[in-house]
Design a protein around this ligand. Structure first.
Ligand SMILES: [Zn+2]
Length: 140
């Protein structure tokens, strides 16, 4: 039995040689696939759409895992990570704005769109953008 398992893992390693394998994007696709499948099982409207989506995501993840075009898969992963990081930064600002809604006001710089936080109820103030140093007046 042990020999059999050893043989199997050896064969799998040999099979995976030169293939892409698992990355963050594949894990995301697998999780999204499971979530779609669970949504489909709850019987919500269009549940068949979630069922199809679950299969499509699963197939994409499998194709990516066993792909031999490693540079292309790496490119996809980097695009995904960039999008994910942008989403997480956006989410963090929204979450902080909600948590500090009583004491601070959040808005974007008119020039560079950076997020700026100022204390509330202080009247008209001059704001300097921490990113681009652009100065403007704001009533808070
Ligand atoms: Zn700015």
């Amino acid at each position: 039995m042990r020999h059999f398992l050893y043989n199997l893992s050896y064969k799998y390693q040999a099979f995976m040689q030169g293939r892409y394998g698992i990355d963050e994007l594949n894990i995301f696709l697998l999780v999204a696939s499971v979530v779609s499948l669970l949504l489909a099982r709850t019987g919500v409207i269009f549940f068949f759409v979630f069922q199809i989506l679950a299969w499509v995501l699963l197939i994409i993840a499998l194709v990516r895992t066993y792909s031999r075009n490693i540079s292309k898969r790496y490119e996809e992963k980097m695009k995904f990570l960039k999008l994910r990081n942008r989403f997480m930064a956006w989410y963090k600002i929204k979450r902080d704005a909600w948590q500090n809604r009583k004491t601070h006001k959040y808005f974007r710089c008119k020039k560079c769109k950076a997020s700026i936080r100022v204390p509330k109820h202080v009247g008209k103030i001059e704001v300097t953008c921490p990113k681009c140093r652009y100065k403007f007046f704001k009533k808070v």
